[in-house]
Design a protein around this ligand. Structure first.
Ligand SMILES: [Ca+2]
Length: 228
């Protein structure tokens, strides 16, 4: 009976020790063509204590909008477009996941478009963009476009995440709004999009010395009981 009690206490101690987590995150606006650095905490403990590292990087592109104006005397299709990409995506730790896919610049590329059938021009001045708000005009708001990648980090690179201070993720984004027309005399007006980057790291670990001490204590107690 005592043995069972000791075992239960041991299991509870191990179970509670294995639940420890520490994490951190950082977020920043990413203006077009500007180098941005995110700082995320390293694991300030022992490499052997780690049981998992999880990383997420998320990018939101907002305020992308394109207005179209057909100045042709025939109807035309106008296509509003937004493109964004990370010209730079660097990290001081290797963002290699257990599935051998890396969190990389390509995960955050945006290339979206929306086509509109436009009526012949309504007679507004030709050769320039005019917001007529009539059938020769269309406006597309792309809303917030989210690109995200996350996952458990491959254990062979965990060592890079251990230490004091932070690791850095550096990005530089390029944004473009535009339009194409299948007829002549199409004009557009595009906004300047804005971007926000967010990154998070979560460390799961077992504080090994504490667990081993408890385990040792329990085993010693069991052994003592066995002898008695
Ligand atoms: Ca027009």
């Amino acid at each position: 009976m005592r043995k069972l009690t000791v075992l239960i206490v041991l299991l509870v101690a191990i179970a509670s020790a294995s639940a420890l987590t520490t994490d951190g995150n950082d977020t920043a606006a990413v203006p077009d063509g500007t180098l941005i650095v995110l700082n995320l905490p390293k694991f300030d403990g022992n490499l052997l204590d780690l049981t998992n590292i999880w990383v997420e990087v998320k990018f939101d592109l907002s305020d992308a909008a394109v207005s179209l104006d057909n100045d042709s005397v025939t109807s035309a299709t106008g296509t509003a477009k937004v493109n964004s990409s990370f010209v730079t995506f660097d990290s001081t730790v290797t963002l290699l996941k257990v599935d051998f896919d890396s969190i990389a610049a390509g995960d955050f590329t945006v290339a979206e478009q929306q086509a509109y059938g436009l009526d012949p021009t309504t007679g507004d001045p030709t050769g320039q963009f005019d917001a007529t708000m009539l059938g020769d005009y269309a406006h597309h708001d792309f809303g917030t476009i989210t690109r995200q990648d996350s996952g458990d980090i491959y254990s062979s690179v965990w060592g890079e995440y251990v230490g004091s201070g932070d690791f850095q993720i550096t990005v530089d984004a390029s944004y473009l709004t535009g339009a194409t027309f299948d007829g002549s005399d199409g004009y557009f007006q595009g906004s300047t999009p804005s971007g926000v980057i967010y990154a998070e790291v979560v460390y799961n670990y077992i504080p090994e010395p504490a667990t081993m001490a408890l385990l040792g204590l329990g085993l010693a107690f069991l052994r003592k009981k066995k002898v008695a």
